[in-house]
Design a protein around this ligand. Structure first.
Ligand code: GUN
Length: 284
């Protein structure tokens, strides 16, 4: 089998068309643009790229971005004061703290300070708990994008066997919860799973979010599976996914490329979350 490519860039552009009209509807109704505050601390090169993409996506859609760049030497109290101020800023609907934070700043403590209503990333415990309990909540962007990518194939998720490789709070765990809420039968594996192949070779859907270059090989994939590659592994200046793309393409029915698969959808879902938060805050 030669897999069809799931084009995350194209899907993202079509979702953004809807977001543009939603952003314009908000502006017309409430007399200001939807606002997203993006906080970066220090100069992690990968974070620079991610933050730039997020700000550009805001511009594309008509959302106002408020960009804050704190030096790597910034203290925890400087960052907390900024977060608290943005929580109270009536022009800001979403607050995002780019991770990782420099050593010496407690990431969990900082994320807990973001108001759950403005938590554009969906990382706050209130939103993570809401996802677990099936309550209305802001969903983490990468997992939300993964669900949209799978749905774009037209293959129903309900009843399928899904294996998520990776157990991070940002991707693996929430992706598993979202697949479960779509009625898949979900197994969470990770870098220490013994006999990983025995799980993946029976999976109709594989989500690879383990952070290891080309960890998932072709012979681990069931014929006709849908393979979603969340990996962004840089090696010698080149970007690699968590899936060995060429051999996986021989087995899968649909596969996401790296780059151009999950990445563009993550940024688009962030903007979607922000616009939804803006409306929710006004309408509830
Ligand atoms: N670092 C890597 N991915 C993410 C993300 O989705 N959100 C934030 N805030 N930081 C990240």
């Amino acid at each position: 089998m030669s897999a069809k490519i799931i084009d995350g860039k194209a899907l993202s552009l079509s979702v953004r068309e809807n977001l543009k009209s939603e952003a314009a509807r908000f502006e017309k109704k409430y007399g200001r643009k939807v606002g997203l505050a993006v906080i970066k601390v220090g100069d992690n090169p990968a974070s620079e790229v991610y933050v730039r993409n997020k700000i550009k996506a805001c511009e594309d859609v008509g959302v106002k971005s408020f960009s804050y760049n704190l030096p790597g030497s910034a203290s925890e109290s400087e960052l907390s004061e900024l977060i608290v101020a943005l929580n109270g800023d009536a022009n800001v609907d979403g607050v995002l703290v780019q991770l990782p934070l420099p050593k010496g700043i407690n990431e969990k403590k900082m994320l807990a300070l973001i108001s759950p209503e403005k938590d554009a990333d969906g990382f706050h415990a209130v939103n993570a708990g809401g996802l677990m309990l099936g309550l209305p909540c802001t969903k983490p962007c990468t997992p939300a994008g993964i669900i949209e990518l799978i749905k774009s194939t037209g293959v129903p998720i309900a009843g399928k066997s899904a294996v998520v490789i990776g157990r991070s709070n940002i991707v693996g765990k929430p992706a598993a919860m979202l697949l479960l809420s779509e009625h898949a039968t979900v197994t969470i594996c990770h870098s220490k799973t013994v006999g990983l192949k025995s799980y993946t070779e029976n999976a109709d859907i594989i989500v690879a979010a383990v952070g290891i270059k080309e960890f998932v090989k072709g012979d681990m994939i069931k014929d006709g599976a849908i393979v979603i590659d969340v990996g962004m592994n840089r090696d010698d200046g080149k970007l690699y996914g968590d899936v060995a793309f060429a051999e996986a393409s021989e087995k899968a029915s649909y596969i996401t490329p790296v780059p151009g698969g999950v990445g563009p959808m993550t940024v688009t879902m962030l903007i979607k979350n922000t616009i939804e938060s803006a409306f929710r805050c006004k309408e509830n």
